[in-house]
Design a protein. Structure first.
Length: 479
């Protein structure tokens, strides 16, 4: 075992406490999901509160508990593998990775929808052009990949800039909303916060909200690159969680006050709201610099998720469940460059397919987002189930929390996660063809899970076993 550990490539520890807090804010608080949620009205505020209590806080407890028991590179992949076995670990990591190959393009599309406002009035319609949106997406994906290959010592500054930009953008949005409310009041009434007679579209929002609250586990995926994970991780989780939760609720309320649910664009809703409020307050000049700041924030989100999720195939490559070259590190930058390049290529292919199959840019965005929700939440079934397993089985390894906390967190988190997955298959109101949406959702979900089975049971069984690995297995069987 020591020989095998020595042969594994080592990554650089470059993330400090402040880096982690900003990483959590930029990863958890994603303004790009707020418009698609707020478009369903004030009832989504209650869904935010329910999700914060039943999913988000249990997630924080789960991340701290699992990172304490199983520190190291891999996060959800490593945790499910250690608790439930190799296949479950692989499936958890696989869904986490493939989700991000769908989610990162949605971030890029959102970047395109926002960045056109930097060009000035009259350019916002460019975001509805498939040709422009796809071309800009390709360029940004390539840039983010290059920055992450250079390494977290460089790429983390884009993450940090994204975190700072997210805070400034959210503060501007919410600040303008407060000014508008103080001067002009609001057209939002108590009736807007009631459950609608036809809640079909609202159902999809619950899955997207749970998806929006995912991200606390991201730093643990890069566990070997944190300077002092035992000291810094719990504090960073707490601060990042509190800030992100407050920002989500504040941003949703502001959009409803400024624009109204029927006029919110899922791609441009944030800048749309700021533009509307800025003109009413008399500071219309703020729109372009705000769009620039928000664009940097979105780029930081894409960089954080691209860099973090690439560690999953990197570790799977080291374990030989996927091609071994995915576990290679760059000779100069010591980063998982092969995994990052593969992620770039697959993201581009999926982006092109969704553009070709959908009726428009906004529908492509919503379909990719819903599919990403399903795949992203699968690993959290394992995360919360692990807490329940710890609570009801004796383990020689001491955790951070007692039995009652593990049961409460694991139970509420597991039920909420399963519900979020199921409701993601309910189409959002941007979907024009329900049958095409359902075929895409069920078909691609089944495809990705089947592909995971192929890599594990077919490719994985044919993998070469090194002398060090064989020795470890022999020792394990004899003990």
């Amino acid at each position: 075992m020591p020989e095998l550990a020595q042969n594994r490539p080592h990554l650089k520890r470059v993330l400090g406490r402040s880096d982690l807090v900003l990483l959590f804010v930029v990863a958890v608080f994603n303004l790009n999901v707020v418009p698609s949620i707020a478009a369903n009205g004030g009832v989504t505020v209650w869904l935010w509160i329910i999700s914060l209590l039943l999913f988000f806080w249990p997630q924080g407890i789960a991340v701290i508990e699992l990172a304490h028991r199983y520190p190291g590179e891999g996060g959800v992949y490593l945790w499910a593998k250690e608790v439930f076995g190799d296949f479950h670990g692989f499936l958890s990591g696989w869904c986490y990775w493939t989700n991000n190959m769908l989610y990162v393009p949605t971030v890029v599309l959102y970047f395109v929808g926002v960045s056109v406002f930097v060009l000035g009035a009259g350019h916002d319609k460019l975001a509805d052009s498939k040709t422009f949106a796809l071309s800009a997406s390709i360029v940004l994906l390539a840039l983010l990949t290059a920055l992450n290959i250079v390494g977290l010592s460089v790429g983390k500054w884009l993450n940090n800039l994204g975190g700072i930009g997210t805070g400034i953008a959210a503060a501007t949005l919410i600040g303008l909303g407060i000014v508008i409310f103080a001067r002009h009041g609001t057209g939002v009434t108590a009736a807007d916060f009631r459950i609608p007679a036809n809640p079909r579209f609202v159902l999809n929002s619950f899955g997207v909200i749970c998806f929006g609250l995912v991200g606390l586990e991201l730093a643990s995926v890069m566990g070997d690159e944190i300077r002092d994970p035992k000291r810094d991780l719990p504090i960073a989780v707490a601060w990042g969680g509190v800030v992100s939760g407050l920002l989500y609720i504040g941003a949703t309320l502001t959009l409803l006050i400024a624009v109204g649910k029927n006029d919110i664009s899922v791609l441009q809703g944030i800048v749309q709201a700021v533009s509307h409020m800025a003109l009413r307050v008399g500071v219309g000049w703020i729109v372009a610099p705000f769009a620039l700041m928000l664009s940097l924030s979105i780029a930081g989100i894409g960089s954080a998720w691209m860099g973090g999720s690439a560690r999953i195939p990197f570790v799977a490559g080291l374990d030989s469940y996927m091609p071994a070259w995915l576990g290679e590190v760059h000779p100069k930058y010591a980063t998982p460059y092969a995994a990052l390049i593969v992620q770039l290529v697959v993201s581009l292919v999926l982006c092109i397919i969704n553009f070709a199959a959908s009726g428009g840019v906004q529908e492509a965005f919503q379909t990719m987002l819903s599919l990403a929700v399903v795949l992203q939440l699968v690993p959290f079934v394992y995360v919360f189930a692990a807490l329940l397993k710890f609570a009801f089985t004796k383990s020689g390894q001491r955790g951070r929390y007692g039995k009652s906390v593990l049961i409460l967190s694991g139970g509420s988190g597991l039920v909420t996660t399963i519900l979020g997955i199921a409701l993601a298959f309910s189409p959002a109101k941007q979907i024009t063809s329900i049958w095409r949406y359902e075929i895409t959702m069920f078909g691609l979900t089944a495809f990705f899970i089947a592909l995971a089975g192929f890599f594990f049971f077919v490719y994985g069984r044919r993998r070469p076993v090194s002398a060090a690995q064989a020795k470890c297995r022999e020792v394990a069987r004899s003990t």
